[in-house]
Ligand binder design. Structure first.
Ligand code: FE2
Length: 443
């Protein structure tokens, strides 16, 4: 049976000179000296060797919050001129009638190519159910099937226009379904997670009603919940409180996530001190989307301008699982991005001022381990018996990976190499200086 050995790797937990032995697509052994053991016990011509040269071998990146149905649609049918959240929703609404199954699939597949090349092998994507045709839902379910051999794509039924606010007859006068019917149909078709957008409902009461209704639906069906919750600068947008209370009432502890939660940035500290206890009791997780939160929030401010990202280090200090999401790449809300979760982690680190040694590790975990926990991914991480899913980075530590957002030298899933990149090396022609640099220090 062919065996693959990756030697002399550094792991995200700081262990160095570690060898990983891959057999039958699984991690057979991991630790110092395991490569030497394979040599002594029976390496043969079929044994493959990869020398990691002290570089970082990590579990794959995980994106805890994305919108695959909108990705790569930048400029369609027009660009978001103001760059605001509300104009983004408007542009998406204008594009929706012209969406086709093929275009959605083509863009999704292209994005998944980028994701694999970046070592991003699990994505939770919200998919818009505010459409009587459920076109995006059908396209994303097909995409999920197509990419299943290389990406875990988890789908959230997301009523973008509000499950109580949206009237499907506004899109199709012959439609006899409610927005809730459409969301339920999406779940029946195979969408995995119940979504919501309480702050976008007409009133705070309607927002709270939507949370209650959608959590009950998830409890009935035994599904996870992930709502866009309080993506607002309004400190009185407190749907996260209802989400946590409903989680406890319905026994959904550990199964519910609040995405964005940006209003928490603007809440007063006294209220947050009470809220934290409720979040802990509900074992609610939170996903911040640093790239998008920093660009879309605080738009009504002059100076000082709020950052608008949720309270990441404070939540983590309470033992609450916090992941980071990319949210958007080249879509009506965000023009940039290339499926690089290290770019997301780096922005999160800056916005939350998480520059301590522990803070850096936590930001890396927010795009790996913590995000995997939020998705309830089984068998995640570099451990014996787990699938051989891993990424070799051109960096010698987590700190260096964050600093450089380096090349993904090798991306592996189930023991199979899916992507490779050449190391980044710049050649120099300088007097009395080395002929190359890889941006390492010490070199
Ligand atoms: Fe989102």
């Amino acid at each position: 049976m062919p065996v693959l050995v990756i030697e002399h790797a550094t792991l995200a937990d700081g262990r160095s000179d570690v060898d990983v032995v891959v057999r039958d697509g699984q991690i057979g052994a991991i630790g110092p000296g395991e490569g030497a053991l394979v040599r002594a016990l029976g390496a043969n011509d079929l044994t493959q060797w990869i020398d990691a040269q002290g570089q970082l071998l990590s579990a794959p990146f995980v994106d805890a919050h994305f919108h695959m149905d909108a990705t790569l649609s930048y400029g369609l049918p027009r660009v978001n001129d103001s760059g605001t959240l509300l104009e983004g929703i408007q542009v998406w609404g204008e594009l929706k009638p012209d969406l086709t199954m093929q275009a959605l699939l083509d863009r999704g597949l292209a994005y998944c190519d980028w994701a694999v090349a970046q070592g991003l092998l699990a994505i939770r994507s919200h998919v818009d159910t505010s459409d009587p045709r459920l076109l995006a839902v059908r396209a994303m379910l097909e995409l999920k099937k197509r990419v299943a051999p290389y990406i875990d794509l988890q789908l959230v039924a997301f009523p973008q226009d509000g499950v109580l606010r949206y009237n499907p007859r506004s899109s199709d006068p012959s439609c006899s379904h409610s927005a809730l019917d459409l969301l339920i149909q999406a779940l029946d078709l195979g969408v995995d997670v119940v979504g919501g957008i309480p702050h976008h409902e007409r009133t705070s009461q309607a927002g709270a009603d939507s949370v209650r209704m959608l959590c009950e639906l998830a409890a009935e069906r035994g599904l996870l919940v992930d709502m866009h919750c309080d993506e607002s600068d309004d400190p009185m947008s407190r749907h996260i409180e209802t989400l946590a209370a409903e989680t406890v009432r319905l026994g959904l502890q550990g199964r519910v996530n609040a995405s964005h939660a940006t209003s928490m940035h603007s809440m007063d500290n006294y209220y947050v001190s009470k809220l934290m206890g409720l979040l802990r009791q509900a074992r609610l997780s939170v996903v911040a989307n640093p790239l998008i939160n920093i660009t879309l929030q605080g738009r009504h401010d002059t100076y000082p301008k709020r950052r608008g990202m949720t309270r990441v280090p404070e939540l983590m200090a309470q033992g609450i699982t916090v992941g980071f999401g990319h949210d958007c790449v080249m879509d009506p809300w965000y023009s940039f991005g290339a499926a690089d979760m290290l770019e997301v982690a780096m922005m999160g680190l800056h916005v939350a001022q998480m520059t301590s040694q522990q803070g850096m590790q936590q930001c890396f975990a927010a795009v790996t381990q913590h995000a995997a926990q939020i998705l309830h991914l089984p068998h995640y991480g570099l451990k014996v018996g787990h699938p051989a899913d891993m990424v070799l980075l051109q960096a010698r530590s987590v700190f260096e990976a964050l600093r450089l957002r380096p090349q993904r030298l090798m991306v592996m899933r189930r023991g199979k190499v899916l992507a490779q990149s050449s190391p980044r090396i710049s050649t120099l022609s300088l007097p009395d200086r080395p002929s190359t640099t890889r941006f390492f220090w010490p070199a």
